[in-house]
Design a protein around this ligand. Structure first.
Ligand SMILES: [Fe+2]
Length: 300
């Protein structure tokens, strides 16, 4: 069973426990999430000029579009305002700033009708972030920049939260990926040659669950939740922002979702910064994750 909570009034401790069981949370926009949306929209309109960023794909050569995103996305990720707004979002939703560590927010694009679905606008096949060296305690946060519809959102496949899939996560090591593949994203137009962990058996994608918050509304879910990019047939490019958190107490106590099928190595634990002072996780917490996730176990 997967429960979807809407604007849940519960403590962050309770929420994380539910997330680790596979529950999904939806939140109305907060003042800081709306400010983050405004920041993204402002940067998009600056980059696209008079062209509507959701419709630009219909008039702009794909190379030019990819190049524009390749410049814009890192500028957004490292914008100083993000380091103020993300902790603001977490605080307003009850997270303890001393215990909550976050990574940089990614601005993502899902273009319509396969205009560009590789490289800088990669259309994610069904995956768990835990196949990509994320710790089992990682929590994902996702919000749309413009209104979304069922034909340009993301999808969850919650039956696989408790059902393992044969997959190639054993090929993935985050440290290795950073050294080699990430920086060539913008060159990957047409086909994406980067090796990524994938399911190695048919995935029953339907029925899926599609949550449709308004711009700035948040979806909160476990990194172990199987999710994918919906094939975009809306005629509009979807822009969304996602980021991740790790709770130090959980990380230190090895609390999190049960690992049922992730066999990657390496760890993303060096990416998270404390809300209060942007310090990295303590070395003893990071050390627990260096070898990758614990051995997959039968789901409790
Ligand atoms: Fe993901």
């Amino acid at each position: 069973m997967t429960n979807v909570y809407y604007d849940a009034r519960m403590s962050d401790d309770e929420r994380r426990a539910h997330v680790y069981q596979g529950d999904l949370f939806l939140y109305s926009p907060t003042s800081d999430s709306l400010a983050l949306v405004a920041l993204a929209r402002g940067m998009l309109s600056e980059a696209f000029g008079t062209v509507d960023p959701e419709l630009a794909q219909h008039t702009m050569p794909v190379q030019e579009f990819a190049q524009l995103l390749a410049t814009l996305k890192p500028r957004f990720i490292h914008h100083p305002e993000c380091k103020r707004l993300l902790p603001g979002i977490f605080a307003s939703l009850g997270c303890d700033p001393e215990q909550t560590y976050f990574d940089v927010p990614r601005l993502r694009t899902a273009t319509s009708d396969d205009y560009l679905s590789t490289g800088i606008a990669y259309a994610f096949h069904p995956h768990r972030d835990t196949w990509y060296s994320a710790p089992m305690c990682q929590i994902n946060w996702w919000l749309p920049v413009f209104p979304i519809t069922p034909s340009n959102c993301m999808a969850f496949h919650p039956r696989y939260f408790s059902q393992g899939l044969r997959n190639s996560s054993d090929i993935y090591n985050y440290q290795e990926w950073n050294r080699t593949s990430r920086f060539i994203a913008a060159q990957q137009i047409g086909v994406d040659t980067r090796t990524q962990p994938k399911a190695q058996e048919p995935v029953e994608l339907q029925p899926d669950v599609r949550l449709l918050p308004p711009p700035g509304g948040l979806i909160v879910f476990s990194a172990a939740q199987l999710h994918s990019t919906v094939p975009n047939t809306s005629g509009r490019t979807r822009y969304s922002i996602d980021f991740r958190t790790v709770h130090l107490g959980d990380a230190s106590a090895l609390r999190g979702a049960v690992n049922i099928d992730s066999r990657c190595t390496g760890s993303t634990m060096d990416d998270y910064l404390r809300c209060t002072d942007f310090a990295h996780l303590p070395p003893e917490a990071k050390a627990l994750y260096e070898a990758g996730p614990p051995t997959p176990a039968a789901h409790a």
